[in-house]
Design a protein around this ligand. Structure first.
Ligand code: ATP
Ligand code: MG
Length: 471
């Protein structure tokens, strides 16, 4: 099954068990306090917090997500800024038994994953806050594995660090971790769960690519390790508690299941390849870059991942109406486009490449997201305009930067490059490294001071301007 098949099969599988398919939300959330939609549950927050949903108590969708906070992870095998999250929700309807059984059957019967390759985690409990270990979820998992003839051992791990030291023993397949790994609340941690909020344990599902994929510098392999052997493909949150005024946790009347699974990651598991860029919604983009750049993905995996991730991310931001700008969402989009272009230079890709990648993206997403077709011309125009403008900036800035060879670049120089040539500081730093130009240690401080001074100057002059206005 490729990514398209998996997305379609998931939605059909959920619809056949009584879920209403809801429209995805825009990457630009209605909530003005968040920059981007980063999960399927975001649009359902009011419902999770107690409002009824007229569409029913069983909901499902496939949600395009954008996580600017993952931008520094891009280049590894498992993180992209943009990805699709398959989701299903039970609002006061079914709970752990039905959720775990349904997801397990989806992964094994529908996607065809070998159940021997699946490993799961559950919450170890918190005696201090009177929250029991989630034996309920662990026992449901154990029975699910037993139904496939797998004797799944249960292990008490605790922290991820404890897991790094201990690893996996014998037939262990179900792992109890602490609240850092297996507790969900809007505050992140258990003790920072906001008063009045629903919260609860979660149970994550991992795919085992085999011990040969574990990077030993991460310690021994276990599901919550980032060492490469295990890939988290889905997370089931079981909201069954509510935080009280006095800080304690009481049972929630209307319990909620919130499931989110990464489409690209499930598709990678289906391929048996621990690289999300190998799946059908990303591999064709790599092919285009390979063709244009006369190097191969195998030779330059990091830069190629950055290029295709950033172009795809900027593309979907354009689909949802974001325009490159100097602040907020537009700035993130601008950064993606600029980094894609500067990274492309490092693999000898100097001509304009957005158009062919956008054409490929159009072909990949036309069926699942028809809005990509409807807005096709506008998307291409937005991206190409920014691409062209930045190329001009880049050429000017790089010529100016080259003159610093043999000298040490100061914060004032970096400010000048940004002020005069529009050359972004982060790119100056990256490019200086490539050109072997030393950068002074305190550049950041000096740069920020110069920026601040400039802001004050322009504020003062605009004030002056206002005072001089004729009455
Ligand atoms: P990780 O620890 O691997 O970064 P996460 O804990 O941030 O993942 P969740 O917030 O639980 O992930 O999101 C639900 C699912 O979405 C994950 O199980 C994973 O399959 C997928 N996912 C999360 N972040 C990314 C990403 N940056 N790229 C691709 N898929 C992702
Ligand atoms: Mg997680």
């Amino acid at each position: 099954m490729d990514a398209d098949d998996i997305r379609a099969a998931f939605l059909t599988h959920m619809e056949s068990t009584g879920h209403e398919r809801i429209p995805r939300s825009s990457l630009v959330p209605t909530d003005p306090t968040t920059l981007f939609t980063g999960s399927g549950m975001q649009q359902l927050l009011p419902v999770l917090l107690g409002e009824p949903d007229p569409r029913g108590t069983r909901l499902t969708d496939s949600q395009p997500c954008f996580r600017a906070q993952d931008i520094d992870e891009v280049g590894d095998e498992r993180h992209t800024t943009f990805f699709e999250m398959l989701g299903n929700w039970s609002v006061g309807d079914y709970f752990k038994q039905h959720q775990i059984d349904t997801f397990f059957r989806f992964l094994t019967d529908v996607v065809g994953l070998d159940p021997h390759r699946l490993y799961v985690t559950c919450f170890i409990g918190d005696p201090h806050h009177n929250i029991p270990r989630d034996d309920e979820a662990a026992l449901i998992w154990q029975a699910a594995f037993a139904s496939r003839g797998i004797d799944a051992g249960i292990a008490q791990i605790g922290s991820a660090a404890a897991g790094d030291a201990r690893g996996i023993m014998g037939n262990e397949r179900i792992f109890f971790y602490d609240a850092d790994e297996n507790w969900w609340s809007r505050g992140g941690n258990l003790s920072s769960t906001p008063i009045g909020d629903p919260c609860g344990p979660d149970s994550e599902v991992f795919y085992d690519f085999g011990p040969q994929h574990q990077d030993p510098s991460y310690g021994l392999a276990h599901p919550a390790s980032d060492g490469g052997r295990f890939l988290e493909i889905g997370n089931q949150v079981f909201m069954q508690y509510q935080r009280e005024e006095n800080g304690t946790f009481s049972p929630l009347n209307r319990r909620i299941v919130d499931f989110g699974g990464g489409l690209e990651r499930i598709a990678a598991a289906a391929l048996g390849v621990p690289d999300v860029y190998a799946v059908s919604v990303l591999a064709p983009l790599l092919k285009v870059v390979e063709m244009l750049s006369d190097t191969t993905y195998a030779a330059a995996p990091g830069p190629m991942r950055v290029i295709v991730d950033h172009v795809r991310g900027a593309y979907f931001l354009a689909v949802d109406g974001v325009i490159p700008a100097n602040k907020e969402r537009g700035y993130v989009m601008r950064r993606l486009i600029r980094r894609a272009i500067t990274t492309a230079r490092t693999i000898g890709l100097r001509e304009q490449f957005f158009a062919p990648l956008v054409a490929e993206l159009g072909a990949i997403y036309a069926r699942a997201y028809p809005e990509t077709v409807e807005r096709g011309d506008a998307i291409l125009a937005t991206l190409r305009r920014e691409e062209k403008a930045f190329r001009r900036t880049l050429d000017g800035g790089l010529r100016a930067l080259a003159r610093f060879q043999g000298r040490t670049l100061t914060g004032a120089d970096i400010f000048m490059l940004s002020d005069t040539f529009g050359f972004p500081p982060e790119i100056t730093i990256e490019e200086s490294e490539k050109l072997n130009i030393a950068v002074s240690k305190d550049w950041d401080l000096v740069y920020r001071r110069a920026l601040q001074e400039q802001r004050e100057r322009s504020r003062a002059s605009s004030k002056l301007g206002a005072e001089n206005m004729p009455q």
